[in-house]
Ligand binder design. Structure first.
Ligand SMILES: *Cc1c(COP(=O)(O)O)cnc(C)c1O
Length: 495
């Protein structure tokens, strides 16, 4: 499989190269040349284990490359190394029946957010890709996080040989639990830095570093953000897995369409669903759920992407994003590289672009969108808990709320799966707030939520407030470049 830049068809890379590089030289994102040769064998789906589904997806997307040598078992080994013993449930994405829909719980990994599914696997893919290309360089993973990516990436990369990781997070706008998860990571190859700014500042800073930093010999930068195709590919698997589970429950028959409602920020998770559809999964609608930062809802509504708007810090902070990087990949599939490049240039220059009508129509035949504000998010947490006995975090609640409104409006009768992206314990204070209970500090809220609901606290969050802080650097947003320059040249990594 060749990977092409979304902005220039002439830039072609192997899967290994695409994974190692993260972002293309022209600033574009890597996309499979075509999905024609990456069709999932649906007739085999029912007989596959979870890990075999993941390995099948990886073998298809990373075919004809030394990464797995076209050998299914090598892909399966990588998946086993990544996942065995890492998830609280044997099942890494269990489906819960809630009212007349399903919630797919993707948060049973080491940092309690869905990003673990991808970020436990990415280090294995990078290791395979390094071997495949005989690369001896040290890789420095550079990542901007609105909270969950950072801790999941740190968990995945901590103490992995030949790789170092620098994580930037916005000083304001992430929860105390999320912050402590990151600044307590002990790996000697890790560096965690807060930025005086919001997530988009941190993300723009990282993009700027990729574009301009001159690296010393023997050092290469790569990304753990969902702009890396190695981050996206593992996420495709759970869409197939959900379908297999619904088949096993006799809830659907082969060929029936299933809708997926996805709480969205950078558009990575929902795009993985679109990849699954391109690979042959019978997907009905993909419903993009946003919080008050509803730039995507507006985009799907009228075809105008406009980031020039107020940024809201919400109770679903991992979705507080005004530039959804992975939308570029959908644009590329919809309008081709040339127009994609010109839209991205407009976004950079004016902060806005507008799709042609037929482009928007095409997108709207496959996607729907909606948003929910904080007040409604909290109401939904309470009502679903009281009515259905099901506890959800704020991000999942955004999606659930959008689902309820959408189902009512459209009268869609296909089975719907709402993706649950974080444990309610990761956002305990907001959840307690929703339930109308006192909680004290955010750390107290974990125990109080447990006392009130009896739901089990994930192992990694037990006593989180007592984990020692080992990283405490803050930089201004215009200091990010010089900071990384210093780190890659005269590394003052923790001893
Ligand atoms: C990252 C994240 C999202 C958004 O996912 P994208 O792939 O960026 O769209 C939603 N919910 C939670 C809890 C997250 O951590």
């Amino acid at each position: 499989m060749w990977y092409l830049s979304t902005r220039n068809q002439k830039i072609q890379k192997t899967p290994s190269q695409a994974v190692l590089q993260g972002i293309a030289d022209d600033g574009g994102l890597y996309m499979p040349k075509s999905f024609e040769n990456a069709q999932f064998p649906m007739e085999k789906l029912s007989g596959l284990t979870n890990k075999e589904i993941s390995a099948t997806v990886l073998s298809l997307l990373f075919s004809n490359d030394k990464m797995f040598n076209n050998n299914f078992n090598e892909a399966l080994d990588a998946v086993s190394r990544a996942y065995d013993g890492k998830f609280e449930n044997e099942d890494f994405a269990p489906l819960a029946k809630v009212a007349d829909a399903y919630v797919m719980e993707l948060y049973h990994g080491p940092t309690c957010a869905f990003k673990d599914v991808a970020l436990q696997l990415l280090p294995q893919l990078i290791a395979c890709a390094k071997k495949a290309t005989d690369m001896k360089d040290e890789i420095v993973i550079l990542t901007a996080t609105s909270g969950d990516t950072g801790s999941a990436a740190l968990s995945g990369f901590s103490n992995v040989d030949g790789v170092k990781i620098i994580v930037f997070y916005p000083k304001k706008g992430i929860s105390a639990v999320q912050e402590r998860q990151m600044v307590s990571v002990d790996g000697k190859n890790t560096c965690v830095v807060s930025v005086n700014g919001n997530f988009d500042d941190a993300q723009s800073g990282v993009k700027n570093i990729f574009a301009t930093l001159e690296l010393p010999k023997g050092v290469k930068l790569s990304s753990a953000n969902s702009i890396n195709i190695g981050r996206l590919a593992p996420q495709v698997a759970y869409y197939f897995k959900a379908y297999r589970d619904l088949l096993a429950e006799n809830r659907i028959k082969m060929g029936d369409k299933v809708n997926f409602i996805v709480p969205t920020g950078n558009f990575g998770d929902i795009l993985a669903g679109y990849f699954a559809k391109q690979m042959g999964l019978p997907v009905g609608k993909l419903v993009c759920a946003s919080n008050e930062n509803k730039v995507l809802t507006d985009f799907f509504e009228n075809g105008v992407y406009n980031k020039n708007r107020e940024f809201h810090v919400t109770k679903s902070p991992s979705m507080d994003i005004l530039i959804s990087s992975n939308l570029e990949r959908l644009l590329y599939l919809t309008c081709g590289a040339e127009k994609c490049a010109s839209y991205m240039a407009e976004l950079k220059e004016k902060g806005e672009y507008k799709l042609a009508k037929e482009e928007l129509d095409k997108i709207r035949s496959e996607f729907d969108a909606g948003f929910t504000d904080d007040e409604e998010t909290l109401k939904v947490i309470k009502s679903v808990y009281e009515k259905n006995g099901y506890l959800m975090d704020t991000h999942t609640a955004v999606a659930w709320s959008v689902y309820e409104k959408w189902a009512k409006e459209t009268n869609n009768t296909d089975v719907s799966v709402v993706l649950s992206t974080a444990s309610p314990y990761k956002f305990s204070s907001s959840v307690m707030n929703a339930l109308g209970k006192d909680y004290g500090s955010e750390f107290d809220a974990v125990n109080k939520l447990n006392a009130y609901t009896g739901a089990k606290i994930p192992a990694s969050l037990v006593n989180i407030e007592n984990k020692p802080i080992v990283h405490n650097v803050t930089v201004e947003k215009d200091e990010m470049l010089s900071f990384v320059d210093k780190m890659v040249n005269t590394p003052i990594w923790r001893k």
